[in-house]
Design a protein around this ligand. Structure first.
Ligand code: B3K
Ligand code: ZN
Length: 875
């Protein structure tokens, strides 16, 4: 008989839980062959439930049930049953204590959900539904409970025993064992539960809150990483201070702990008072961590810390509301990063991800609204749409209300719903209440999937001196949503006069936010002296595709004059895109002078923020060019982009050399401030452009920099330039000496893998297979898998899309193998194959074949089943 296929669950079927858990007492006995978990739950019927006679149904996965008692009495076998992933207990009283004892095997847990082992330590990951792999429980976020946790383990192997809240007891036991008891005074859903046991180094710090309370900060890492804690703790203190200043949010426990683990599916997890991080997202020191790494860590530490309010104190009613905490928290961490560095550069980085990857998701088979209406496996919905587009939606609310009202709205939200599990509607209602603004139409951003398109046309009439802008909005059909209603879109614009100055607009300012709410709308500006150049969608005020018939001259003009930094950069990107698209369509390989001149101006500009200049010097990525194409010819896109880069490098050789040299830093100590970072980025960008042209002098510079570098940004900057250069021998030598130097450092080895697998020169399929045989590779470690297989399929596009379909075959093989070990990683890794609609018919056929092979293999996890089957609908 064919096994039943996993079924979707629907938001519209939400019902309040039949039981509530007032108190949860857990006892863990950790051993080398497994763990015993005893749980005592104080349960009572939920007065809000619509079924007052319901049986008790608990979730549980891969648990061996050893005993079950109600109020201290063993439950008769006929009164309970374990079926699939549920334990049902019938005829239970209205209020009682349930005690279960289960045996689990963390050592065999390769999916990295629930309790598992990462190198020598025990750790947990419970969001979204991992807690059910630890004990039987009502595993849903609207069941919030107080937790008391006892951990017992061997004292020499696991001297450190941690859980949420405060340690209230600890002591020594017989047989070399010891114990600790932790109590969390805040009610929380079980997805925020955490436990860690290991032999760990602890670095401490202190933060004094605005009301004068002292909070102990602790970072726990494996001993070999003891010298990589400073930056995480500094970032944490900055985040704590910022959340007090900007959102009035104080921390609410006496201790805040961060633990770094090597095997982790995601970046990090906001468990109450005990955040667990992927090592690569928190460990740093200058010799091993790039500037990007430093900035990423600061942002992730902030993100997890900010969840303490947006996620933990106020949590989600159900997983359809995931963006309530994630969209809002990404928005908060973006504000924080903007405040810590350059807001324009931060915006450019966010929009790049959004336009390249989120727009592709919106247009792909897994397209879903910010608040999905259904899912098969919630793990598949930790997406760019829920996170990044969700953050854009919150950002638009901020734009519509203004900073002051937005803060009033967030204050109201946090105070009204403190300790509760709520919905995105509750969040929006607070924003409406404080501002008096009706957000009914705006809420379509939560409900309708797909990226809206705004087509802009304009007309200037010199006789009436009127300038008319017309906006037409539409949104493509997405799975299960063919018809879309118009969105409420905040659209920021400015107008530039012939000298490049902003024209004063009717609102008295130079930027005005229009409210686009109709399929078509026009706006007329009076008394405009001459045809202006419009600066559209300033700051990328809404996550939309913008269409306007720019001339190359207009773009070059905006590139040097727009007062909106984001649009200056964007004009440069658009100019390069038009140039490359023309080369693709007309077969020419000449780079027009206008692009070279525009770039010359950028390189020579020492006035503008140098971090912005570095961004302006980078051509749009192959991924973005593919995203913009109707049918993408990957090899052609790659070729044209390479040629453009080489020609720019050749034509601007002198300017690039001057830029490199003026940004050489003396031997001062490495600093991660904005200016130093900008200088390093600029220098390395120039070096890479020069090396691509085969310049011998630049080769020497790169080799010298590679040898002499005192920080990873410069060392890997030089290495990357070599890897992308035509100098084969130097490249090979540098790669091998880099490995010799850094082989004992996992975080560096991951970068070394990525650099090779992401580049066609070093990452052709045979080389990828060889990397997978390398001693440092381990398919069970998500970071290693991502840095070899993930980077190959997502960045090394000419090899992945090889003509013979070998890249697709390879990915399918890996996905099948991984699904048996770690379904979450498998289902993420398969994404590039699901985008088959973007490519030629031949490629489509090969990609679909690979997907079908995955689908028809053995039994798939629900995670992989959902992605693969949705991507084969109408195939
Ligand atoms: N909330 C976690 C994500 C957990 C994912 C589980 N599959 C990290 C974050 O967004 O902060
Ligand atoms: Zn988050």
């Amino acid at each position: 008989m064919k096994e039943a296929q996993p079924q979707p669950i629907y938001l519209r079927d939400y019902r309040p839980p039949a039981f509530l858990v007032d108190h949860t007492e857990l006892e863990f006995d950790l051993y080398e062959e497994g763990a015993q978990v005893v749980s005592r739950l104080k349960l009572r019927r939920n007065p809000d439930s619509d079924n007052a006679r319901a049986s008790l149904v608990l979730d549980g996965v891969e648990l061996e049930l050893r005993s079950i008692m109600i109020d201290g009495v063993e439950v008769d076998a006929e009164r309970y049953s374990v079926e699939g992933e549920h334990l049902e207990v019938r005829d239970v009283p209205d209020e009682f204590e349930l005690e279960t004892q289960v045996w689990i095997k963390p050592q065999e847990n390769t999916c990295l959900e629930g309790l598992y082992k990462s190198s020598t330590m025990f750790c947990t990951q419970c969001e979204a539904e991992g807690f059910r792999r630890i004990t039987y429980y009502i595993d849903r976020p609207d069941v919030m409970s107080l937790f008391r946790t006892t951990i017992r383990a061997d004292q020499s192997l696991y001297p450190v025993l941690l859980s949420n809240g405060n340690e209230v007891e600890a002591g020594v036991l017989e047989d070399g064992r010891h114990f600790a008891v932790w109590e969390d005074p805040h009610r929380k859903p079980c997805y925020l539960f955490a436990l860690v046991a290991g032999d760990l180094h602890c670095q401490k710090d202190v933060f004094v809150t605005s009301s004068g309370r002292e909070v102990e900060l602790r970072m726990y890492v494996e001993h070999r990483n003891a010298n990589k804690c400073d930056h995480g703790l500094i970032s944490l203190k900055k985040s704590m201070a910022w959340d007090e200043d900007v959102y009035g949010r104080e921390y609410d426990l006496d201790v805040f702990m961060i633990v770094a683990v090597d095997d982790f599916n995601m970046g990090a997890m906001e468990n109450k008072g005990l955040n667990i991080f992927n090592s690569s997202c928190v460990l740093a020191k200058p010799e091993t961590t790039t500037d990007n790494g430093y900035q990423r860590i600061e942002a992730i530490v902030a993100h997890e810390y900010f969840h303490n309010w947006s996620g933990n104190r106020v949590t989600c009613r159900d997983w359809f509301q995931l963006s309530l905490k994630e969209g809002f928290t990404v928005f908060r961490d973006a504000q924080f990063s903007a405040d810590m560095g350059s807001d324009t550069v931060k915006r450019i980085e966010d929009v790049t991800v959004l336009r390249t990857a989120q727009f592709a998701e919106d247009a792909g088979p897994m397209s879903h609204p910010v608040r999905p209406a259904s899912f098969i496996e919630i793990s598949n919905f930790y997406t760019l749409t829920v996170y990044e587009k969700g953050a854009e939606v919150v950002r638009m609310i901020h734009t519509l209300l203004g900073a002051e009202k937005f803060r009033q709205g967030s204050d109201l939200y946090f105070s009204r719903f403190d300790g509760q599990a709520v919905t995105t509607d509750d969040f929006v209602a607070c924003m409406e209440e404080v501002s008096g603004i009706d957000l009914t139409q705006f809420k379509r951003w939560y409900e309708q999937a797909g990226t809206p398109v705004i087509r802009v046309t304009d007309f200037y009439d010199p006789d009436t001196r009127e300038y008319r802008l017309t906006f037409r909005q539409s949104c493509p059909a997405t799975p299960q949503q063919t018809e879309k209603l118009p969105f409420h879109i905040p659209f920021a614009i400015g107008l530039l006069d012939a000298s490049g100055q902003d024209i004063a607009l009717p609102n008295g300012a130079t930027t005005q936010v229009l409210h686009l709410t109709e399929p078509e709308q026009s706006l007329v500006f009076q008394n405009i002296e001459a045809q202006p150049v419009p600066s559209l969608l300033r700051g990328f005020s809404a996550p939309v595709r913008l269409e306007y018939n720019w001339s190359l001259e207009q773009l070059k003009f905006l590139m040097s004059h727009d007062s909106d930094g984001f649009n200056r950069w964007d004009a440069g990107q658009k100019l390069a895109i038009v140039v490359m698209q023309n080369m693709i369509s007309d077969g020419s390989r000449d780079v027009p002078e206008i692009l070279i001149e525009a770039y010359r101006k950028v390189i020579n500009d020492t006035e503008t923020d140098q971090a912005l200049i570095a961004k302006m010097l980078s051509l749009p990525t192959e991924q973005y060019l593919i995203e913009l194409a109707d049918e993408a010819d990957v090899q052609l896109i790659h070729q044209v982009r390479e040629i453009t880069q080489e020609k720019l490098g050749g034509a601007l050789r002198e300017e690039l050399k001057a830029c490199f040299q003026r940004n050489v830093q003396s031997s001062e100590a490495y600093a991660v401030d904005a200016l130093s970072i900008a200088k390093r980025t600029l220098r390395n960008t120039a070096l890479q452009m020069l090396l691509k042209t085969g310049d011998e002098e630049a080769l020497q510079w790169a080799l010298d920099q590679f040898q002499a570098a005192s920080n990873m940004t410069d060392q890997i900057g030089a290495l990357a330039a070599l890897v992308h250069s035509p100098f084969e021998n130097d490249r090979a030598q540098a790669l091998s000496s880099f490995y010799d130097q850094w082989q004992s450092d996992n975080q560096v080895v991951e970068q070394w893998f990525s650099l090779q697998s992401g580049n066609p020169k070093t990452g052709h399929l045979q080389a990828i297979k060889a990397l997978m045989q390398h001693a440092a590779f381990d398919i069970r470690n998500p970071n290693k898998t991502r840095s070899v297989i993930g980077v190959f399929a997502n960045q090394n596009l000419t090899c992945f899309h090889a003509e013979d379909g070998s890249g697709y075959e390879f990915l399918a093989d890996q996905v099948i193998q991984l699904d048996a070990l770690n379904p979450q990683i498998a289902s993420r890794l398969v994404t590039p194959l699901t985008r088959w609609r973007k490519y030629s018919e031949v490629r489509q056929g090969q990609m679909k074949l690979a997907l079908q092979r995955i689908k028809s293999g053995g039994k798939l996890s629900p995670d992989l089943f959902e992605v693969v089957s949705k991507s084969l609908v109408d195939a």
